[in-house]
Design a protein around this ligand. Structure first.
Ligand SMILES: [Fe+2]
Length: 235
C-alpha cells in the first residue's frame, strides 16, 4: 500500500480549514507534511484506567484494548488508501468500492469501542435528579422499564451491540440492537450508552453466562460520562 501524501495546494487548503498558520515564503520542500498527516490520523486512546474494574479481568480488558487498537490502525489505513485512490483518479474501480464499504466497518469498530470504554469505569447509579434519568422515564415509562429493555436486548441470541440512542430530531430514547458495526444504526442517532455483546467482550470471564456480564457492565457504567452525551437542546 502506498503512503498517503498531499501536494502544496492540498495542504494550503486543509491548513486553512484546520486553522494552521504557515510561515510566509517558506520553501515548498519544508511543508510539514507529517504535521498535516498527523492531524488526519486517528490515535488509539488509552483505557488502562479501566484495569481493575470489578467483574472484568485484566486479560479480558487487555485483549479488548488490542482489538480496539486494530480498528484504529485499519481506519487510518483505509482512509489513507481511499485518499490515494482519489488522488490517482482510481475511484471507478472495484477496489475503491470495496474499500469504501470497508470504511464503515473499521471506523465504527473504532468509534463504538471508544463510546463503550468511555461509558465504563464508573460506580453508583444514575442520578434520579438528572436530565438523563428524566429522559429515560419519558421514553420508557420508568427507569426500570428502560433497564429491562436494554438488558433484554443484550441477552438476545447473536453477537453485536446494544445502543441506547437518542433521536436528535425528537429527543426520544430508543434501545437498538446492532448486528454489525456498519449496519442498523439509526440516522441522526446520538449514542448515549453502548454495551458490547460480541463474545470477546465477555467469554474470557463469563463463558456463556452473558447475563452475568451484563450485570457486571451495569455495575460499572460511568453515568457521569453517559449523561454528557445527552443532547440537552432536544426534548
Ligand atoms: Fe469489542
Amino acid at each position: 500500500m502506498k503512503s498517503f501524501s498531499i501536494d502544496r495546494r492540498q495542504f494550503l487548503f486543509m491548513s486553512g480549514i484546520m486553522g494552521i498558520t504557515l510561515i510566509a515564503g517558506e520553501p515548498e520542500t519544508s511543508i510539514p507534511k507529517t504535521q498535516a498527516e498527523e492531524k488526519m490520523t486517528y490515535n488509539a486512546k488509552d483505557y488502562n484506567r479501566l484495569i481493575g474494574m470489578e467483574g472484568f479481568s485484566e486479560t479480558l480488558l487487555k485483549n479488548h484494548f488490542t482489538l480496539y487498537q486494530g480498528y484504529v490502525t485499519n481506519t487510518n489505513k483505509v482512509l489513507e488508501a481511499l485518499g490515494q485512490m482519489l488522488k490517482e483518479g482510481k475511484v471507478a474501480t472495484p477496489e475503491y468500492a470495496e474499500m469504501k464499504r470497508r470504511l464503515g466497518w473499521e471506523f465504527n469498530g473504532m468509534r463504538l469501542h471508544e463510546f463503550y470504554f468511555e461509558n465504563l469505569g464508573g460506580k453508583g447509579s444514575v442520578s434520579k435528579t438528572g436530565k438523563l434519568y428524566q429522559k429515560l422515564v419519558e421514553s420508557f415509562g420508568s427507569y426500570e422499564a428502560w433497564e429491562k429493555d436494554f438488558k433484554a436486548t443484550g441477552a438476545m441470541r447473536g453477537i453485536g451491540w446494544v445502543v441506547l440512542y437518542q433521536d436528535i430530531l425528537s429527543g426520544k430514547f430508543i434501545n437498538f440492537w446492532i448486528n454489525e458495526h456498519d449496519g442498523g444504526h439509526p440516522s441522526g442517532g446520538m449514542p448515549i450508552l453502548i454495551m458490547d455483546v460480541f463474545e470477546h467482550a465477555f467469554m474470557i470471564d463469563y463463558g456463556l453466562k452473558r447475563a452475568d456480564y451484563i450485570e457486571a457492565f451495569f455495575r460499572n457504567i460511568n453515568w457521569t460520562e453517559t449523561e454528557k452525551r445527552l443532547l440537552l437542546h432536544k426534548g
